[in-house]
Design a protein around this ligand. Structure first.
Ligand code: M6R
Length: 608
């Protein structure tokens, strides 16, 4: 959730740290700080708010030095304040530490150190670790970090420096992502490759329990105090992919990228003539997948919504009993996992702590685990037995958009593959499905043309206090996703509901001030949905329908209509969610809100 950057080399550390922090700001943005080693002392600057504030504070200050660490914070323990911002320090103020994660036993460490006469300044869990390292320091930072980490419980990605050891950064990981990026006569550590991509593409991903000592010309990996070797890989994505490229916001850019990202997700995987799908990353486990008795989709937020669609698709196209679980609930529920169960983790970042823990729990109980993940080399991608990458490139906007449509598409591709192999889908049915998939990018482009119309709707309803989103069957998860998009970036209370459930409660909310978004493409449940629309109209609710062109029945009973191209019902969520993404975006812009950095949220939720 927070972002970590560390630099050691022969350049000035300050601009490199600031640029890395700016690129990671989407991970956490309530406060930030940095420490630079200069002439055997630490130069420190911290600020509350955006990196821009920190940048301004560092101007005209002599923050010179070739070794430094920086941090952008998403508060867990203690308010966003300069004292709680990282780096945190040991008692001598010679050791600086930046931390992503939560030290669970920080209170007992703190009490023990306070008894030793060490005073604390912040409310953070991180300070306990910094002070513990200082307490154990006997002239060797590497050993002090190893000793301290052996006493902590919880999750961490850390980078530590000591002003008396100006030739190294010591970094370690347990549960929070950390990479080392290798340059020429300079090296970096970071929680996200986006922070260092400007300088080098060669990265190594640390695994849990690993530590690294980084010097300007040497990188030493360790595990359980022993040296290990690790491979570096060259990242394929470009700097341009993590920049806004002329769009006002990352979210808008990412909404508009969906024709290309869906294309990428399918590239080389669709066999149009054969009516089949190839998923190379699953080849080795395909036999087990075909024989599976039950699928459990695991995810959080938007990824959980994609899982709900995966569940429908598996049942409908492959005849596989399937269910979807909130990863955060599954991990603590002692779930029953029988032979033949496959746990499928869906995650954009591949680092979501709850999803990772859920997949570990499933693995512990002998389930085959599959990852549907975007970030290459991320922890979930590495810890699952096999998987399929989304290939959508970095998603920076906190509100997930392009990852969602590709997650659903991968679920659909996998369902078709399994449906064919299990004899549930005929050649004709599969043929129609893969050919309809192939047409999705151009249909998404058509929907993106509707931006002005959707903007006008946003203008009319941006002052609404609540929104309801209703859909049935394949469109119910879309209703949930549309509501989530709106609430996370506009702070308007929005509820997604199965349309038929409305009469069991939410109907009480409907009056002339309540906009109700209906997902109403032509599908087998459309006539039922029409009755639900009538029920809303009867109570003077404002009906905004997302439907297919020339649908007079829907048009005649709606206040607003957004027409999207028709496709097969199983794929329609990939189209119907697009106007909802745009609607949420335009409403948030109308309200003058920071679309890419909504309050209280972080892009990658690496704490519980
Ligand atoms: O990286 P993940 O896909 O695992 O993230 C899961 C959720 O945290 C994420 O989808 C979140 O709900 C987004 N902010 C939704 O827009």
């Amino acid at each position: 959730m927070c972002g970590i950057i560390g630099y050691i080399g022969n350049k000035e550390a300050l601009p490199i740290l600031l640029s890395g922090l700016e690129r990671m700001e989407y991970r956490g943005y309530d406060s930030a700080g940095l420490a630079i080693v200069n002439n055997r002392s630490l130069l420190v600057e911290k600020s509350v708010g955006r990196i821009e504030v920190l940048k301004q504070k560092t101007k005209n200050k002599n923050l010179y030095g070739n070794l430094g660490i920086g941090h952008t914070r998403w508060a867990t323990h203690g308010d966003p304040s300069t004292v709680n911002a990282h780096p945190q320090f040991d008692a001598s103020k010679k050791i600086a530490l930046v931390h992503n994660g939560i030290i669970e036993n920080y209170q007992s460490i703190r009490k023990m150190l306070e008894k030793e006469g060490i005073q604390f300044e912040s409310e953070t869990d991180t300070e306990a670790l910094a002070k513990l390292i200082g307490f154990l320091y006997r002239g060797d930072l590497e050993s002090a970090v190893e000793d301290a980490l052996s006493q902590v419980d919880g999750a961490y990605g850390i980078a530590v420096i000591h002003s008396d050891e100006p030739d190294k950064i010591v970094a370690a990981r347990m549960g929070s992502p950390l990479i080392v990026a290798k340059g020429t006569d300079e090296n970096f550590v970071a929680s996200d490759p986006a922070a260092t991509l400007e300088f080098t593409r060669d990265v190594a991903f640390l695994n849990d329990g690993e530590m690294v000592v980084v010097k300007h010309n040497e990188i030493k990996f360790k595990k359980q105090r022993k040296m290990i070797t690790k491979e570096f890989e060259t990242l394929a994505y470009s700097l341009e992919e993590i920049e806004r490229g002329g769009f006002d916001h990352f979210m808008l850019k990412e909404i508009y990228m969906q024709p290309q990202t869906l294309e990428e997700t399918m590239r080389g995987r669709l066999m149009l003539k054969e009516g089949d799908v190839k998923l190379g990353g699953l080849r080795d486990v395909m036999e087990q997948l075909v024989k599976m008795k039950r699928a459990i989709f695991l995810g959080c937020g938007t990824a959980w919504h994609a899982g709900l669609l995966g569940e429908h698709l598996f049942e409908d196209l492959a005849g596989i009993p399937a269910e979807t679980e909130y990863a955060s609930e599954f991990r603590y529920r002692n779930p029953v996992i029988e032979d033949g169960t496959v746990a499928i983790a869906i995650s954009q970042s591949g680092e979501t702590a709850d999803t990772l823990a859920a997949i570990r729990e499933a693995k512990r109980k002998n389930a085959l685990t599959i990852g549907i993940v975007n970030v290459v080399g991320s922890t979930i991608a590495r810890e699952t037995h096999a998987g399929t990458y989304l290939r959508t490139g970095p998603e920076i906007g906190v509100a997930s958009t392009k990852a969602f449509t590709s997650q659903v598409l991968v679920c659909a591709m996998l369902a078709v593959k399994l449906g064919r192999l299990r004899g549930k889908l005929s050649h004709e049915e599969a043929f129609d499905l893969v050919n309809a998939m192939n047409e999705l990018p151009s249909k998404v482009s058509e929907i993106l043309e509707l931006r002005d119309q959707i903007k006008a709707i946003a203008q009319r309803f941006s002052q609404a206090r609540n929104f309801l989103y209703l859909g049935r069957g394949y469109q119910f998860p879309v209703a949930l996703e549309g509501a989530l998009k709106l609430k996370e970036i506009s702070y308007i209370l929005a509820e997604g509901y199965p349309a038929a459930e409305m009469k069991h409660g939410p109907i009480a909310l409907i009056d002339e001030n309540m906009p109700v978004v209906f997902l109403a493409p032509r599908d087998p449940l459309r006539s039922k949905l029409i009755s639900n629309i009538e029920q809303v109209r009867a109570r003077k609710g404002i009906v905004i329908s997302v439907c297919n062109p020339n649908d007079q029945d829907i048009r005649s009973i709606s206040n607003e209509v957004i027409e999207i191209p028709q496709t097969l019902p199983q794929l329609a969520p990939i189209l119907s969610v697009i106007p909802l993404q745009l609607l949420a975006y335009e409403i948030a812009v109308q309200l003058g809100l920071n679309v890419d950095r909504p309050r209280n949220l972080a892009k990658s939720v690496t704490v519980e």
